[in-house]
Design a protein around this ligand. Structure first.
Ligand SMILES: [Zn+2]
Ligand SMILES: [Zn+2]
Length: 387
């Protein structure tokens, strides 16, 4: 266990309360960034800005230039009105930390503070990324991963708080941890016309519904049945009058799967299906993919390191192997294009479900999570392995 006294945690827990009370939406995390910068400065560290974004930033702590280990803490909140009955609640009406990113930012601050006080415990450097805009698209990480921050980095990890596991629990999934999520925007375009004469035009609502009902079936024929996916449309718009065939119908949805190579096959399949479908039904289909977050595939060596570390340091009983990956996505996946990565859940007590106004987590998770993570960082940076 790390020896951290109550004064250490008082400041960290107060920071969590401040962050929770002052949530900001994706790409608007200005006050959050200022707060993090001031805290970091008070510990004689420097929050450096990202060159591609106006909010967030990163801080280096430890001794020596390498190896570098990365930790990602996301800092944005959601457009949700928080339940007014909560004791610590948002002062920014309509914005709420309903995904626990206030805790992630707090863990980032806790790591910075701990290693600012004990830099000699790291024979290398920990780079903590306070990352904006995990909850929107384009993803914050889709910009940051292109910055030159990943040289000499042996790996990067991130955690997500999770109510399904007890406080102090660490839940990990070998292999794929989170699905990819690809946003699809489709526009069906036809001449429009009178509902009495659909044969003389393109009956666009009927054509769109045929497309929706047939696309999944087509995609099943082009992939291995073990590589399953979900393709669900969350929005359909078109038409406004009972006897007018509309000239336009739009669809928005998400495609999710677990394998980035299969995702390419699926997207190519959707393109080909759309092209042929449009020819057959004499309409136009415009196809746009504004965002595609890859799947998170945990690095086998980092996964083994987490298991080994847990068992050798008395955390074995807290470690849970998850049976299935999450169908949700996290833009942490972008960093894995640059360096090996590991994503795991930290157990949290509370109530409500994430992304809802009732979501509450208690401060109790901070101390055990930070204790685990501080020691895991030391284990990863200090063990003689580096390539
Ligand atoms: Zn979220
Ligand atoms: Zn989240």
């Amino acid at each position: 266990m790390i020896k951290i006294n109550n004064v250490f945690f008082d400041e960290i827990i107060n920071a969590r309360h401040w962050l929770h009370e002052n949530p900001e939406l994706s790409y608007e995390e200005y006050a959050t960034t200022k707060y993090i910068r001031e805290k970091i400065q008070a510990w004689n560290l420097e929050l450096k800005p990202f060159s591609s974004l106006k909010t967030g930033g990163y801080v280096d702590v430890g001794t020596g230039e390498k190896p570098v280990l990365g930790f990602r803490a996301d800092i944005d909140a959601l457009p949700i009105i928080e339940n007014a009955g909560h004791s610590i609640k948002s002062k920014n009406l309509g914005v709420m930390h309903a995904c626990g990113h206030d805790f992630h930012a707090t863990i980032g601050l806790g790591l910075a503070k701990y290693f600012a006080q004990h830099p000699d415990e790291l024979n290398g450097k920990l780079r903590i990324l306070f990352q904006p805009a995990e909850e929107t698209y384009p993803d914050g990480a889709s910009y940051i991963h292109k910055e030159p921050l990943f040289e000499n980095m042996i790996g990067i990890f991130a955690v997500h708080v999770d109510l399904r596991f007890k406080t102090g629990g660490i839940a990990i999934k070998q292999g794929t941890a989170c699905a990819s999520s690809t946003l699809l925007k489709l526009k069906f375009i036809g001449p429009g016309g009178h509902t009495s004469r659909p044969h003389a035009t393109v009956d666009l609502i009927r054509v769109t519904s045929l497309y929706i009902s047939q696309l999944n079936g087509y995609l099943k024929t082009i992939i291995d049945s073990r590589d399953d996916f979900t393709l669900v449309f969350g929005s359909i718009h078109g038409g406004q009058y009972h006897n007018i065939i509309p000239p336009e119908v739009s669809l928005i949805g998400t495609l999710r799967n677990f394998d980035n190579k299969v995702l390419k096959v699926l997207l190519e399949g959707i393109r080909e299906f759309s092209l042929n479908f449009a020819t057959l039904y004499k309409c136009q289909i415009e196809f746009d993919i504004p965002n595609s977050t890859p799947a998170i595939i945990n690095d086998p060596k980092m996964y083994s390191a987490l298991v080994q570390f847990s068992k050798e340091n008395g955390y074995g009983a807290r470690l849970v192997e998850m049976e299935k990956p999450s169908m949700g996505a996290d833009d942490f996946a972008y960093y894995l294009k640059k360096v090996p990565g590991l994503y795991f859940q930290v157990g949290a007590e509370g109530s409500g479900s994430s992304h809802s106004s009732d979501f509450i987590l208690t401060d109790d998770l901070i101390e055990p999570a930070l204790d685990f993570i501080v020691n895991f960082v030391k284990f990863l940076i200090n063990k003689p392995h580096h390539n």
